[in-house]
Design a protein around this ligand. Structure first.
Ligand code: PLP
Length: 379
């Protein structure tokens, strides 16, 4: 179908919540994408940190094909091995407690918020300005951005947002949880200082509040360690994961430390599709690739190469860790559009002044160098 035709279908039938670029993608392989006219692109956005091991990774495709051909869905009233095995792996490689599966990032956050309220009933949730946790009501209530919240008021009661530096003092005996991203992604790749994270950890311990780290964007190997918090020395009580976990299939998870594994009782929470065998087989295949010291070391090294190259280009306020990189420009959306349409490089702008790069973790050094050339040309 020609681009004009799919655009007409969108205008007629799809709610206008997205500002789409005028490109129709039809195929992907590794870091490369092809549009309907056969043009080849380099994908330095990875479906917004989702395509963690590249498009059509043979191991992932095979795992999905095999599981889909055997058993696609039975509901959470029964056992399947892919889900139980994935829960074991996620727990053992992170906080050591228990896992609740979801279909998306925002649902993983909803689970964490409900768990915190179940633990301290009626307690407040404290979040941080510049944070992003999703679009459903609980997550949105923890996402203090006027433009996203205001049209949907009233939000969920009992949520408070503070500036990062004010976080430790905002925790008291009424606080159920603090939720934050160790590296704020949607607001333009802004890591929270380690010292601050340690102070928030101390405040939560002092007052018995849960510390929730949202690793939906910065987790799953993105920063060169499986979880971003591993590089900070601060361990959360609860962690949310999604995006890169399924490599392209929708799956998220909320993972707890051992002492919070049994906060929920039977019937407290649920989801029809969550933890389905196909999504879990996909996530197990992604973990097979990503959860490997050599792979993670390569992510860190490739991130350094990307940062060094961008630094040579003299971009403003360059920041990031691993393959999660942002920099400032006068007009982010215009640069992203030029890169897409003229240089065939897929990136995105997180706001008017920031460009964000989140390539597949399998990106090669040659592809990084090619992307740098295209960025240089577009600048
Ligand atoms: N949390 C973070 C840190 C995110 O970056 C996102 C999505 O961008 C979400 C939550 C929401 O995830 P989803 O869009 O899968 O609901």
């Amino acid at each position: 179908m020609a681009l004009a035709e799919v655009q007409a279908l969108e205008r007629a039938h799809v709610m206008p919540t997205y500002v789409r670029n005028p490109v129709e993608f039809v195929r992907g392989e590794g870091t490369r994408l092809w549009d309907a006219d056969g043009n080849e692109y380099l994908d330095f956005l990875g479906g917004i940190a989702v395509v963690s091991i590249g498009h059509a990774h043979p191991r992932l495709v095979e795992a999905i094909r095999e599981q889909a051909g055997r058993l696609m869905h039975v509901s959470n009233l029964y056992y399947t091995e892919p889900a139980m095995r994935l829960a074991q792996r996620l727990s053992e490689r992170s906080l050591g407690g228990k896992v609740f599966f979801t279909n998306s990032g925002t649902e993983a956050v909803e689970c964490a918020l409900k768990l915190a309220r179940r633990h301290r009933q009626g307690g407040d949730i404290v979040s941080v300005h510049g944070g992003f946790h999703g679009r459903t009501y609980g997550s949105l209530s923890a996402t203090p951005q006027e433009s996203k919240q205001a049209p949907f008021a009233p939000l969920v009661p009992g949520f408070r947002a503070v500036e990062p530096a004010a976080l430790p003092d905002a925790v008291d005996e009424r606080t159920a949880a603090v939720i934050l991203e160790p590296i704020r992604g949607e607001s333009g790749i802004h890591p929270l200082p380690e010292q601050l994270l340690a102070e928030v950890r101390r405040a939560c311990d002092e007052h018995g509040a849960l510390l929730i780290f949202d690793e939906i964007q910065c987790g799953m190997g993105r920063t060169g360690s499986l979880w971003a918090w591993e590089q900070t020395g601060v361990r959360p009580d609860v962690m949310t994961v999604a995006k890169g976990l399924g490599g392209g299939l929708p799956i998220g998870a909320c993972v707890t430390a051992p002492e919070y594994g049994d906060v929920f009782e039977a019937g407290d929470h649920g989801s029809t599709f969550a933890g389905g065998p196909v999504q879990c087989a996909a996530a197990n295949a992604v973990l097979d690739v990503v959860d490997d010291p050599a792979f993670l070391a390569a992510v860190a090294a490739k991130g350094e190469r990307l940062l060094a190259g961008l630094d040579r280009l003299g971009v403003a306020n360059l920041r990031g860790r691993g393959l999660m990189v942002g920099f400032d420009v006068d007009d982010g959306p215009a640069l992203a559009r030029r890169l897409l349409l003229e240089q065939r490089l897929v990136v995105n702008a997180t706001g008017p002044g920031t460009v964000r790069l989140l390539p597949p973790l399998t990106v090669t050094e040659a592809e990084i160098d090619a992307a740098l050339e295209r960025i240089a040309a577009a600048l």
